[in-house]
Write a protein that binds this ligand. Structure first.
Ligand SMILES: Cc1cc2nc3c(=O)[nH]c(=O)nc-3n(C[C@H](O)[C@H](O)[C@H](O)COP(=O)(O)O)c2cc1C
Length: 300
């Protein structure tokens, strides 16, 4: 897969195909299940400052063409991650992206500071779908909160900073631009869409985040719009379930793609997606970078 090795900002990726945060455990659980050579980098589930049990079950609901989850950031916390996982991940010799989130900004900043001097971590992805403590509104749903969060994060770390955007906004470009102006190196778009599920057995309505093939057209459009406005690279994700869909995301403007829900269902999907991208490059005699945004138009 040498031909698929790329640079994404300052990151070296083995391929442009990445797992999506939260669907790949801490990065080491699938070692015996999938071939890591097809995965561009390792990305952890979102870590919080303190260990977090997450929401009580049920936490996953199935639709015909996707999932809804309300896991509630269940994780072992940054300290245990450092003590129990980092060494194992370092030994895999792959680029490592650690996702950070939390219930308030201070906790997120503490996590950034703690992880910033740890060797073996190449990038921090800020999961901005976390509440702003003063207003209880989600950071990623407001360009000002996003700007402030990224500005402080930038001050605290020299590691590559990825801002993971929420699709639950009127104009994703406003938030993307705010993240870029505050110093983000890469955008990741998008997280899950707010949804509801009615359970007829329990006669109860559940709220959560919707993912999987059903969100692909909206995610594609958001990456398309972002590409026209921002100058930093975009990791495009949301509903990708095939090599074709990955290519469409790249045509739209993504410099790399993420796969979540469909990777859980089809663990060998990354290898197939890589093969389709490779076949396309060989058939068209194109270089990977020239394909990024090739069915879109930069407006600046
Ligand atoms: C079960 C599950 C858990 C998730 N956990 C996280 C998480 O911890 N942090 C995060 O940034 N995104 C999380 N996500 C969102 C995914 O990373 C991704 O942005 C979203 O699912 C869209 O991609 P997909 O349609 O390929 O799944 C989660 C998604 C699912 C399905």
């Amino acid at each position: 897969m040498k031909k698929l090795q790329i640079k994404l900002s300052k990151l070296k990726l083995d391929t442009p195909v990445l797992p999506a945060s939260g669907t790949f455990g801490y990065g080491d659980e699938l070692i015996d299940i999938i071939d890591y050579q097809y995965i561009g980098a390792i990305i952890t589930k979102t870590l919080t400052w303190k260990e977090n049990a997450g929401n009580p079950p049920p936490r996953i609901w199935e639709f015909q063409n996707g999932l809804m989850n309300s896991i509630g950031l269940q994780n072992i916390g940054v300290r245990r991650f450092y003590e129990e996982k980092l060494e194992i991940l370092r030994n895999l010799n792959k680029t490592l992206i650690v996702s950070i989130g939390g219930k308030n900004q201070d906790d997120i900043f503490k996590s950034i500071e703690f992880l910033s001097n740890k060797k073996g971590i190449d990038a921090l992805e800020l999961n901005l779908s976390c509440p702003n403590i003063e207003t209880n509104k989600t950071i990623a749903e407001n360009p000002d909160f996003t700007f402030k969060m990224l500005k402080e994060a930038r001050r605290l770390t020299n590691k590559v900073l990825i801002a993971k955007l929420s699709p639950n906004v009127t104009d994703i470009c406003e938030v993307g631009l705010a993240a870029e102006q505050a110093g983000a190196d890469i955008l990741s778009a998008v997280n899950t869409f707010k949804g509801l599920y009615y359970d007829w057995n329990r006669e109860k309505m559940y709220a959560g985040g919707v993912s999987g093939p059903m969100i692909f057209p909206m995610a594609l459009r958001m990456v398309f719009e972002l590409y026209r406005k921002v100058s930093i690279p975009i990791i495009g994700l949301g509903g990708i379930n095939s090599g074709q869909k990955a290519l469409e995301m790249i045509f739209s403007g993504a410099s790399a793609v993420g796969i979540g829900t469909s990777l859980v269902i089809m663990p060998d999907l990354a290898s197939r997606v890589c093969q389709v991208i490779l076949d396309y490059l060989n058939k068209t005699r194109k270089n990977f970078y020239s394909v990024i945004g090739s069915r879109n138009e930069k407006k600046h």
